[in-house]
Ligand binder design. Structure first.
Ligand SMILES: Cc1cc2nc3c(=O)[nH]c(=O)nc-3n(C[C@H](O)[C@H](O)[C@H](O)COP(=O)(O)OP(=O)(O)OC[C@H]3O[C@@H](n4cnc5c(N)ncnc54)[C@H](O)[C@@H]3O)c2cc1C
Length: 537
């Protein structure tokens, strides 16, 4: 019998070779009685008031009389990981998956495991070509509306930070991590409490997953864009009969048995196309704010104090919240040793996001700081896409205010807090130009005020946060979808259009790589275990 034991603490300077001794001490058993020991989870505890330390959950094997004793004393519990049974699709139905982000890719992965042979459409290019075109743009070249940080093989996940954090307890989580490791992700993500892959490793992982899927019968169609649907309507309701695809300006149709729509939250043309077909959608809250960048050393100092620079400590991250104003301001997608990137899908609009490479070696730390906007603030409660229009207004103002050339609006943080326009800006990770900009040209006061109040609160609480070279860039407006594509809670089929299965972040049912991947897997499982789901009223 294997046992799971939590809270084995290793101070800095110790290594995992010391685990049997520390585990024995905590469990009050001789280390020699622990036959096997395996790390299940490893997290860094750097709460204030004590030096940083590593906390481990471990899986051990001990003699049965000791196992019984530990279970009785509640010092351990039986380790029995849950496994998901994949339903098998014995039909010859050929589902279509649209989008190769984590939702689409893991949906396809599950379909293939269940014996289905999906066709997978992706509007952007395959990842090698995508990387070439993306780098051309960030180094100052023209913007390509079909190939950027959001569109192309791997979706928004490809150049993301690749943080794989989730609070969700789902047996599919270790499975997703294992698939990523099997295709080239570092093995430590299986045990790290804050697993991270990095934007330099993700492209090759995505490519290897594609090759593995193709070997099992899936077919990928890059630079193929879903542009429309053809709909059958009868007494039983409305359902998709064909999809219309555009490739090199030519249009053609495919018959579909099921359309898994995993197009992400930035395919604004897809939402418009769905609205045209009266697919039920609703407004949902989303986050908006800024992205703040500090020298990484300042953040190490803030988090690790005197231990900053210790070789066992990674570049520090943080998770901060200010409740100083009526809208909580909280950090989002913090990227230690990372870079700020332009993350729009349209020329004429500006927004930012952050990423980091596996080694997190850049001298900067960046993070979104966002507030949550409720649908009541979008300006039109009758239009499900009002949140997108609101995002666009802000992103257009940002693009124009910074000169209309993908320069990012920026200020020194302390200038922003004191209501000044910066005369100069320090070096930054942002790959194109930074332009000192009055953020009041971008945000209305009811958004800007809570951001300023919250950041002033944090700068007052943490000396290093108020670093003179800290900068603020804007806007961070795509952290989540402002739209939900309504679907049945069990089958995941659209609540108004048969054969349409909206998934992932774009459907409003995920927020991040892992949750998007899990949503894709569940959608595939539901479909394979559900043989008749056609036609709805
Ligand atoms: C810079 C950056 C850093 C991030 N860092 C993290 C992180 O560290 N951790 C984390 O959990 N999340 C992170 N995210 C968010 C994460 O990437 C997304 O939550 C996730 O990718 C959403 O997955 P998805 O599959 O739902 O959609 P997406 O990844 O957006 O994929 C949608 C895909 O659909 C394709 N598509 C769109 N329209 C069409 C069409 N009409 N026809 C054909 N194809 C179409 C797109 O080209 C795209 O490939 C980051 C995002 C960015 C941009």
């Amino acid at each position: 019998m294997k046992l799971l034991v939590h809270d084995i603490v290793l101070p800095l300077g110790r290594t995992e070779e010391d685990l049997p001794r520390f585990a024995g001490r905590r469990l009050k058993i001789p280390p020699s009685q622990i036959f096997s020991i395996e790390v299940q989870r490893r997290s860094l505890d750097c709460r204030k008031g004590r030096p940083p330390r590593w906390v481990h959950a471990i899986i051990i094997e001990v003699p049965s009389h000791l196992a019984e004793k530990l279970l009785k004393q509640n010092r351990a519990r039986v380790w029995k990981p849950e496994v998901v049974e994949v339903p098998q699709d014995r039909s010859d139905r050929r589902p279509v998956v649209v989008g190769t982000g984590p939702a689409g890719l893991f949906c396809a992965w599950r379909l293939v495991q269940g014996g289905a042979k999906p066709r997978i459409l992706e509007r952007g290019p395959e990842v090698v070509e995508r990387s070439k075109r993306w780098h051309r743009f960030i180094e100052g070249g023209e913007f390509d509306p079909e190939c950027h940080l959001l569109f192309g093989e791997g979706g928004a996940g490809t150049y993301s930070d690749g943080k794989l954090y989730t609070r969700v307890q789902d047996p599919r989580v270790p499975e997703v991590l294992q698939v990523l490791v099997d295709h080239g992700a570092p093995e430590e993500i299986l045990v790290d409490g804050r697993p991270h892959v990095g934007s330099n490793l993700l492209p090759s992982i995505v490519k290897r997953m594609r090759v593995a899927l193709e070997e099992q019968g899936a077919r990928f169609y890059f630079e193929h864009r879903l542009v429309d649907l053809k709909i059958d309507e009868d007494a039983d309701g409305r359902s998709i009969s064909k999809i219309v695809i555009e490739k090199d300006s030519e249009r053609f149709d495919w018959d579909v048995d099921a359309l898994f729509l995993a197009t992400g939250h930035s395919a604004r043309d897809v939402y418009q196309m769905l609205a045209k077909h009266r697919v039920p959608m609703s407004q949902k809250p989303f986050q908006i704010g800024v992205r703040v960048e500090h020298p990484q050393q300042a953040i190490d100092q803030m988090q690790y104090g005197d231990s900053a620079g210790h070789p066992q400590l990674p570049p520090a991250d943080y998770s901060l919240v200010s409740k100083r104003s009526k809208d909580d301001l909280f950090s989002f997608c913090m990227c230690p040793g990372g870079e700020i990137l332009p993350s729009t899908e349209q020329a004429g609009y500006m927004c930012v996001n952050g990423a980091s490479r596996y080694q997190r070696k850049s001298p900067w730390a960046n993070s979104g700081f966002v507030i949550t906007l409720e649908p009541a603030t979008f300006g039109d409660d009758t239009d499900p896409l009002a949140g997108i229009l609101f995002q666009q207004k802000i992103e257009k103002a940002a693009f124009d205010a910074a000169g209309g050339d993908f320069s990012v609006p920026a200020l020194r943080l302390m200038d922003f807090l004191h209501g000044r326009i910066s005369k100069d800006l320090p070096d930054s990770s942002y790959p194109r130009k930074l332009t000192p900009t009055d953020l009041a040209e971008i945000f209305p006061p009811w958004i800007l005020d809570p951001i300023r109040t919250g950041l002033a609160d944090l700068a007052g609480r943490f000396r290093e946060f108020a670093h003179p070279d800290a900068i603020i860039t804007a806007p961070e407006s795509r952290s989540s979808s402002p739209v939900r594509i309504d679907r049945h809670p069990e089958t995941f089929e659209s609540s108004g259009l048969g054969r349409l299965f909206p998934l992932g972040e774009g459907a409003g049912f995920a927020g991040g790589i892992l949750s998007a991947a899990l949503d894709g897997m569940r959608a595939a499982e539901n479909w394979m275990s559900n043989t008749s789901s056609i036609g709805q009223s």
